[in-house]
Design a protein around this ligand. Structure first.
Ligand code: NAP
Length: 242
C-alpha cells in the first residue's frame, strides 16, 4: 500500500507521535507533515513543510501544490490546539468571569477553531476516493452537555465551536467527498506541555502517554464508517455527547 497521509501540528507533543506511528505503518507510503517549526526526519517516508496554518493563503498554496501533483490523502490528522502560553500575551484558562478578555478569546478561536475550519475548506478537493478520514483533536471539555465544572471559557467554547464546524462540514462532505469520514477526538489527559500545569488534578492511571492515545486513535480510525460520520469520540472509541 502506498497511502498519502497528512499530519497538521506535527511538531507538538501528540503530533510528533502521530508522525512516528504513521512512519512505521506499512500501509502508509508518505507522511506529509505541517508544522510551524522545522522537524527532525524519522525516515524517508516523511516530507515536512514549515508554515503556519493560521495563514489561510499558506494552506491554500499547500493544497494547490498537493493537488497539482495528483496526491490524494487517505488520512488527515490535525492536532493543532492551544490551552495556555507564556510570554507577553500569555494565555491562561479563565477561572472566573472576570478573567474573560476579548484578546484571549480571539486567540483560542483562531487556533482551536479557525485553523481546522480552513483545513476543512481546502481539503475537500484532495481526499482519496475510498476509505478516507479527517480527524481533529478536540476535547471532552468542548461537550456542552457534559459541562458540569465550568471555567476555561475560551478553550471550552473554541472546542465546542470546532465540534460544530466539523458537524456542519460533514453534511457538505457527504455530497462533495462522500467517502471521507470526519471526526473529533478526545485523547484523554496526555503527558505533554499542554497538560503540564494541570497534571496534579489527574487521577492515578489517567495520565496517558502520547504513544498510548495515538495508537488508540489509529486503531479507531481504521474502523471508521462514513455512514456514521461525524464522530465525536474519546480514546476508547466511546461516543461523547455534544
Ligand atoms: N494533552 C492533553 O492532555 C490534551 C487533552 C485534550 C485535548 N488535547 C488536544 O490535543 C491536541 C494536541 O495537544 P498536545 O498535547 O500535543 O499539545 P502541544 O504539545 O501544545 O501541541 C499543540 C499543537 O498545536 C499547534 N499550535 C499551538 N499553538 C499554535 C498557534 N498559535 N498557531 C498554530 N499552531 C499552533 C502546534 O503545532 P506546530 O507543529 O505548528 O508547533 C502543536 O502541534 C490539541 O488540539 C489539544 O487541545 C490535548
Amino acid at each position: 500500500m502506498n497511502q498519502h497521509v497528512l499530519v497538521i501540528g506535527a511538531g507538538g507533543g501528540i503530533g510528533k507521535e502521530v508522525v512516528a506511528q504513521l512512519c512505521d505503518d506499512t500501509k502508509v507510503g508518505t507522511v506529509h507533515c505541517v508544522s510551524r517549526s522545522e522537524l527532525s526526519k524519522i525516515n524517508d517516508k516523511q516530507i515536512s513543510y514549515a508554515f503556519d496554518s493560521t495563514d489561510s493563503d499558506k494552506v491554500k498554496e499547500f493544497i494547490a501544490d498537493i493537488s497539482s501533483q495528483g496526491i490524494r490523502f487517505s488520512k488527515v490528522i490535525c492536532t493543532t490546539g492551544v490551552l495556555h502560553t507564556s510570554g507577553d500575551m500569555a494565555l491562561k484558562p479563565e477561572k472566573r468571569l472576570e478573567d474573560i478578555s476579548s484578546e484571549q478569546l480571539t486567540e483560542y478561536f483562531r487556533v482551536n477553531t479557525i485553523v481546522p475550519a480552513l483545513w476543512l475548506k481546502f481539503l475537500v478537493k484532495v481526499m482519496a476516493k475510498e476509505g478516507a478520514s479527517i480527524t481533529f483533536f478536540s476535547a471532552r471539555v468542548g461537550s456542552i452537555s457534559e459541562n458540569g465544572l465550568g471555567g476555561w471559557y475560551g478553550y471550552r467554547a473554541s472546542k465546542a465551536a470546532l465540534n460544530m464546524i466539523v458537524k456542519t462540514a460533514s453534511i457538505e462532505y457527504k455530497r462533495r467527498s462522500a467517502n471521507t469520514a470526519l471526526a473529533c477526538y478526545h485523547p484523554g489527559t496526555v503527558d505533554t506541555n499542554l497538560s503540564k500545569p494541570f497534571q496534579s488534578n489527574v487521577k492515578p492511571g489517567k495520565l496517558f502517554t502520547s504513544q498510548f492515545t495515538v495508537s488508540q486513535l489509529l486503531s479507531i480510525i481504521d474502523k471508521f464508517d462514513t455512514e456514521q460520520s461525524p464522530y465525536y469520540i474519546d480514546w476508547e472509541g466511546k461516543k461523547i455527547s455534544y
